[in-house]
Design a protein around this ligand. Structure first.
Ligand code: XBP
Ligand code: MG
Length: 242
């Protein structure tokens, strides 16, 4: 087995529970601001998470639930505007401290830094969201702790496509065998596995019950799980469920 040299973190659901009380709330606020009567309740939002990426999620919803709006000639512009407003709302929630990191995440990041492991991010969300989340929770220098931050539209095909992990691996200049991905969802796991990575899953609010076959380990979270346990027990074990 190649020694683990880098941890690559997903963001939404993995670093923090950002979906229900963060992204969802921000989408709904943007819909209101733009005079739309759309509202994504908690259950509907869970279903919509099958579509990764905020702009893609809005498009998918409109195509199915509001086709008259999706066919408007200015629909592309509307999606852009909605998403810009949504991001502003999301950033306000982060800045107000309403989206804390999941328990054990800060400790694992600190342990990894002390052990000399490199850190990276591979996420579907918008880069500003990642920057804000790291700064708000870990301090103003935290984004610099990550050698590579791969986020949002930097690759055209979002998870479950492997593109974002491949992009990050290229930038790290490391083979997949030297890295470990940490994810919370089936989509993210697929993306990491297809890029050739080993992947530990920490189940999140919206991902319980998903198919995590192929994961090195499936954990409830990172509480009580040391860096040694995350990395050393991830050497080709095969889908140990909690
Ligand atoms: C989570 C997502 C994101 C967010 C919304 O991906 O699918 O799209 O829900 O973010 P991951 P944007 O777990 O890979 O981070 O609106 O900024 O796209
Ligand atoms: Mg995720």
């Amino acid at each position: 087995m190649t020694t683990c040299q880098a941890l690559i973190f997903d963001v939404d659901g993995t670093l923090a529970e950002t979906e229900r009380d963060g992204h969802r709330v921000a989408f709904n606020a943007a819909f209101r601001d733009c005079g739309l009567s759309w509202h994504w309740d908690e259950q509907r939002y869970g279903e919509l998470l099958a579509v990764t990426g905020g702009k893609e999620r809005i498009r998918h919803y409109a195509a199915h639930d509001a086709p008259a709006i999706a066919e408007r000639p200015d629909f592309d512009a509307l999606v852009g505007q909605l998403h810009k407003i949504k991001t502003a709302h999301y950033l306000r929630l982060v800045d107000r401290g309403q989206l804390p990191l999941r328990p054990g995440v800060a400790r694992l990041i600190n342990e990894a830094r002390q052990a000399g492991l490199r850190l990276a991010i591979a996420t579907t969300t918008t880069p500003e969201n990642v920057d804000a989340l790291l700064r708000a929770n870990l301090g103003p220098d935290a984004p610099d702790w990550f050698d590579v931050i791969g986020a949002g539209d930097i690759v055209p095909a979002k998870k479950p496509a492997p593109d974002i992990y491949q992009w990050v691996l290229n930038r790290l200049a490391l083979p997949a065998s030297a890295c470990l991905a940490i994810e919370d969802s089936e989509m993210g796991l697929k993306s990491a596995l297809t890029a050739g990575l080993r992947c530990v899953v920490t189940i999140s609010e919206y991902t319980r019950g998903q198919d995590f076959r192929g994961a090195e380990r499936v954990l409830e979270g990172l509480v009580g799980c040391s860096l040694g346990e995350v990395v050393l027990h991830s050497s080709g074990g095969g889908g140990e469920q909690p």
